[in-house]
Design a protein around this ligand. Sequence first.
Ligand code: GZL
Ligand code: ZN
Length: 353
Amino acid sequence: MERQKRRMKVKRNRKISKIIVALLIVCAVAGTVCGCGMFPLFETDLEDGTAGKDDDLIVIGYSQLGSESIWRTANTASMQRALTQENGFFLILENGRQRQENQIKSIRSFISQRVDYIVFSPVVSTGWDTVLQEAKDAGIPVIVVDRMVDVKDDSLYTAWVGTDSRVEGEKAGYWLEQDLKKRGRQYDDINIVILTGTEGSSAQMGRSAGFAQIASRYGNWHILDEGCGDFTPAKGKEVMKEFLRDYPDIDVVVSQNDDMTFGALEAIHEAGLTTGIRGDIMIISFDAVREALELVEQGEINADIECNPEQGEAVAEVIRKLERGESVEKKNPIEEKVFTISNVGLYMDSRTY
Ligand code: GZL
Ligand code: ZN
């Protein structure tokens, strides 16, 4: 009932705003005729007007955190594929360019445009309470996608669709544990360096915590250092170069996304070293984008922990349920695998990113 009442209110407000816009146009034209200049037409009303063209479309204000990685591009594409006008949605997509203040600005503009839903991937976990309270006060449901928010009151968002980065980190630890056993190296001293993603993002914190939890069981695993590659190839290469300069005997690189791995591989090759199942340095990566899986197939990357960006359809489903007044799960995790040379061949053809 609440949703219907809110939508009726939004429709009524839209009608009122259209009358205001029409009056403004009349005044503006009259103003021009009498030479007293145009009133500024409120962008959002035009926007609202367009969005209102077919009132049955569900208007989605979507703030994507950036376009820093292949994974991110695939995630955005997945949302655009699902939230189309044919599927009953009017999507307003804004790119936060990796800055929280840009995302907060977008969310505020979605609130003033009175969208039906706000969907966003938070670049970092904290600092969202105030703006999400504003969305709640405006009666606009918020759906968090991919990364997670850390808020005092979790009624500030209706649902989360994403992947469990802590589990992904644990999977990396479990894979290393069983691979060392397989090689008869479970008692060797293992020197590890970690390339971390965007500082304070749930993906970085989850993967770090998950891997650390397994690593803490083994006194012979030595985490020599970790450095922030911000999920990009350039920074990943820069940090890996420093590691190679500071540590002569690295056994394992844990790189929290494939883009940083590509940069790290360049640095390792430039240092005259090799990687993978027959190489000097083992590589454990995250995301499992196609380019990286090809390197798993060639034995250059030992294991790639999937982080599935195909989240658009799950988000659309949550919204459709809410539209029907049905209850939704607070957490909607997406299924993920671990790829190694022994299974990657089975999946290469079906990969969509
Ligand atoms: C993970 C996602 C991360 C990817 C990176 O859920 O937030 O952000 O692992 C991306 O590739 O930049
Ligand atoms: Zn993930």
